[in-house]
Design a protein around this ligand. Structure first.
Ligand code: KG4
Ligand code: ZN
Length: 353
């Protein structure tokens, strides 16, 4: 059984073909990230326009790379939320059109659920993918950490899960991106802040950890503001000093120490909650999804904290991609989940888990 997955919720136009929910046949991705870099974050209009240009070439490439024609595709799966409205619309309209013209069942996919399903891919027909040797077991604790999401969810089984908690403001990746901007480091901030942090002392500064009402909820906007105030104080200025002028005034030493101190607290926060959830629910497996799972400090702290080892999927499958959408589509088909109406499937920009 082969499912074609389409993802266009943010700045990646991604299409992939997955077989039987475990085998990756293709994974085509066009990213408009370079176009957003000069603005320090994703610009919705630019993202939507890029999806329009990339969607058809990516669909064709995914089929070609998978050595598959439409006759061998059993269903189409598409992200219908959460994400940027204009971006989601392009993927959903493409999927609806194909479902009608090629007469294929259509599945509307929740983007955050799909991030978890990237971890069910265990085999690749493509070179250069390092995947876990076996699929995760239930009960499954999932930590989703990316530029758009910070969530902890507990899956009792396929399609039976509950959201334990989520961020109440910024996502953790977003906090990395904003701190990078304060320090004058390139976008995306995750890789650049963690690289800078290698030169710094993670204990140089004490930054605050947010305490939330919900045991598993997160907040990162206070931490980001604390970094801004710290940077202003370090150069002897007050809160009125413009953040855009900070990079030229901070020394490389100060930047490295701020990056390392911020990273330590941000990562300690998610690892602390993951450990608390592990102790409470005793899951058989723990999976980490989203772009921030590439963070080495996160991997180090998790390995030290958790009594079971976490298996990571390839970074190309941890960031936004079509394969995770196709994989969840496969499981929906295997478990007789309801299909979507190709004439009416809408977008849900603020869909939650
Ligand atoms: O999953 P993803 O590609 O897209 C979203 O759904 O948001 O995640 C992108 C996010 C960005 O905020 C980026 O700064 C962050 O993941 N990221 C990292 C690292 N690599 C990427 N954050 C921390 N450390 C990293 N090494
Ligand atoms: Zn995502």
């Amino acid at each position: 059984m082969r499912v074609l997955g389409i993802e266009s919720s943010c700045d990646e136009t991604a299409v992939a073909v997955v077989e039987d929910g475990y085998k990756l046949l293709s994974n085509a991705v066009a990213s408009s990230m370079d176009l957003h870099a000069q603005y320090g974050g994703v610009v919705p209009e630019i993202a939507a326009r890029s999806h329009i240009e990339a969607i058809t070439p990516m669909i064709n490439q995914a089929l070609q790379d998978a050595n598959t024609d439409w006759d061998d595709i059993d269903a189409i799966a598409v992200t219908h939320g959460a994400g940027l409205g204009g971006s989601l619309l392009i993927g959903v309209l493409a999927a609806r059109t194909l479902a009608i013209t090629k007469q294929k069942p259509l599945y509307g996919i929740n983007h955050m659920e799909a991030h978890v399903y990237a971890n069910f891919l265990t085999e690749s027909a493509l070179p250069g993918y390092v995947m876990p040797p076996s699929q995760p077991q239930f009960p499954l604790l999932a930590l989703i950490v990316s530029g758009g999401h910070t969530q902890l969810a507990l899956f009792a089984d396929h399609f039976t899960y509950r959201l334990l908690g989520q961020t109440q403001d910024d996502a953790i990746g977003e906090a990395f991106d904003k701190v990078a901007k304060i320090l004058g480091l390139p976008y995306p901030g995750g890789p650049s802040v963690s690289k800078k942090a290698l030169e710094g002392d993670p204990k140089a500064y004490q930054l605050p950890k947010a305490h939330m009402g919900g045991a598993y909820d997160f907040s990162f906007s206070g931490l980001k503001t604390a970094v801004l105030r710290l940077a202003q104080k370090e150069i002897g200025e007050d809160f009125t000093f413009p953040s855009t002028k900070l990079p030229e005034r901070l020394s490389e030493r100060q930047k490295a120490d701020i990056a390392a101190s911020f990273q330590r607290i941000a990562i300690e926060t998610v690892v602390g909650k993951a450990l608390q959830a592990f102790d409470e629910f005793q899951p058989a497996s723990v999976v980490i999804a989203g772009g921030v799972s590439a963070n080495q400090e996160l991997r180090k702290q998790l390995a030290a904290a958790l009594p079971i080892s976490v298996q990571y999927t390839d970074i190309k499958l941890a960031t936004d991609n079509g394969a995770m959408i196709a994989t969840l589509g496969c499981f929906k088909r295997l478990h007789n989940q309801p299909t979507a109406d190709p004439y009416t499937l809408g977008i849900s920009p603020s869909l939650s888990m």
